[in-house]
Design a protein. Sequence first.
Length: 302
Amino acid sequence: MSASYRSSSAPVRGGELAVGLWNVPGSVDATSDAPVVVLIHGITAAHTAWPLVVEHLPPGTRVLAPDLRGRGRSNGLPAPYGMEQHAADVLAMMDHFGVRRATLVGHSMGAFVSVAFSGAHAERLQGLLLVDGGLPLDVPAGMDVDTLINTVLGPAAQRLKTIFPTKEAYRDFWRAHPAFVGQWSNVLEAYSDYDLVEGPQGLHPATAPEAMTGDSRDLYGSKVVLDALGHLPAHTALLTAPRGLTNTTPLYAPALIERIKKELPDLTVTEVPDVNHYTIVMGEAGAKAVASEAMRVRAAAG
């Protein structure tokens, strides 16, 4: 039986944060609290990236998944952005829905949000799972951060500025994307449709370009992220994808992973086989691995 879903919102600075809520049917052991999982999406995504992960969570799980400030149906929320602000929005959402403690699962930029949250509100965590994100990305020798951001996120920036004539045209864009070739599904179609909104010039992706730009620098080692990484909760795990955004070079190359293991020896690092940066949460095998690891870190946290 599929998890029940409804859309809602929570008050935050400047307005309302859009939130997707799921309840996985079934009962849990009467001696334990029902798991609460907070799912936090990537830099140009929305809460609609998570349905496959939700379907693999155990019976009785309650899920909260925001559209981060500047994305999805939260795209009208004002700047400033940044990991500290997103973490504050997540806290406000949890308070609004009466969640005292939760397992945080962050994908891509959402993992950086989760790290920032852990640094400020560790007492509200029951396990922390970072999915192909959360640890500062490498800046190649001889390249400044601005140039690197433009290189990595340039295609996304161009997509955000594109006007699409129809929903089908936007679906075609994603169907042809290297990360999804041959893997199209109803979940991806719903994700694509949700991401398209009506503007003065026509249909365009929901993420505000200034939100993506405003958040990008935090992915390369902002103070709030670096400080939080120095005090990660004991039960924190990182799942990585062997292929990146375009189904080729990974975000976390083997050399970087080895350095991370040395610098954070208590962090559990696992590569999920045969997935890319998108399908680690939006493909069946990746979603199953993420859900399983989320429950493992929750159990370890107690």
